[in-house]
Write a protein that binds this ligand. Sequence first.
Ligand code: RUB
Length: 323
Amino acid sequence: MQIGVEKKRSEKMGTIQKTVREIKSLKIQGASKIGEKAVEALAKAGSESSAKTAEEFRKEFLKNSKLLFYARPTEPALRAAIRILRKSISREGLSAQEMKTILRKTAENYEKEWQNSLEKIKEYGAELIEPGSTILTLCHSTLVVEVLKKAKKKIKAVYCCETRPLYQGRITAKELSDAGIKVFLIADNAASTVLKKCDYFFTGADAFLADGDVINKIGTKQISLLCKNYSTKHYVVCTTNKFEPASFFGKDEPIEERNPKEVWEKAPKKIKVLNHAFDRTDSQLIEGIVCELGIFPPEALASKLYDKLKLEDSHEDFLHLEK
Ligand code: RUB
C-alpha cells in the first residue's frame, strides 16, 4: 500500500523534483552517478520546457539547477557539471529552442567525456595492482568497482566494509561478486582485523581539495590512518572534476550531515545522534590519486589542476551558482 502511494507520488513529480529526491535519499548515490543523473535531468527538463523566450528558459534552468546544486552539499563534481551546462547556454542571442538543443548536446558530451575518463582510469588503476593482491574497500564508488573489475585476474579477494548506516558496501560486494571476484563483506569495525592481509585500500572521492586532502565516505580516514600501520597502500580513484577550485581561495568544503534517524531511528531523546556523511583524509596518508590524467601524489595533482584551470582571474565564478 505504502509502496503504491510512493510510486504514484513519484510518477506525478517532475523530472527535477524526482531526481533531487532520489539524490537526497541516496537512491542515486556516489559522486559520479549524482553528477550524471543531474545532467540528464536538466537536459530532460529543458527539452520538456514550454518556455517561449530565452529569458524564461534561462530563469527556469537556473531554478532547476539550484535545486540540484544544493541537493547534496559535499559534491564538487555535481556543481562542476551544472556549471558546464549553464555556461553552454550563456551566449547572448540564443533562442529558447536553440538552448534546448545545446543543453541536450552538452549533456551527451558530458556523458561521453565521463566514459572516456573512466576508460583511462580503469587502465591506470588496473595496471598498478600487483598480481595476487588482496584489497580493502569502503562504501560504493563506481570508479573503484570498475577498476577492480578490470583488474579481476590479478585480485585474490576484496574485503568490503559494509558502510553503516546505509550499507553502500553491500552494493560494492554484490557488483564485484557478480563480476566473479571473491568477496568478503565485513562490519566496518573489522577493518583492522583484515587489514594485515590487504595490499591496498581503494576508495573513491567526493571532493579533492587544494592541499591534496580527499573527502570521501565517513570511515575512510580512520582506515587510511590504520593503513600506515600495516603498510597497506591507500589509493583514491577519482575523476578530476571532483577537484574543488574554490578550496584554493580558502573556501572550506562542507561535510554533509544527514538525518540522525539513519543511524538510530528511535534513539532516546536525551541522546544526540550524529550522522556525518563524509570525512577528510590527509594528503600525507594517500599513496596516490588515480585519475584520467594518470596516477599522482595528491599535492602534485592539486597543483597540476590549479595550473590547468588557470584560476587566478575567475575564481569568484566557482563560489556561487548565481553569478
Ligand atoms: C559515496 C562515496 C563514494 C564517492 C565516489 O557516498 O563516498 O566513494 O562518492 O563515488 P554516498 P564514485 O553513498 O553517500 O553518495 O566513484 O561513484 O564517483
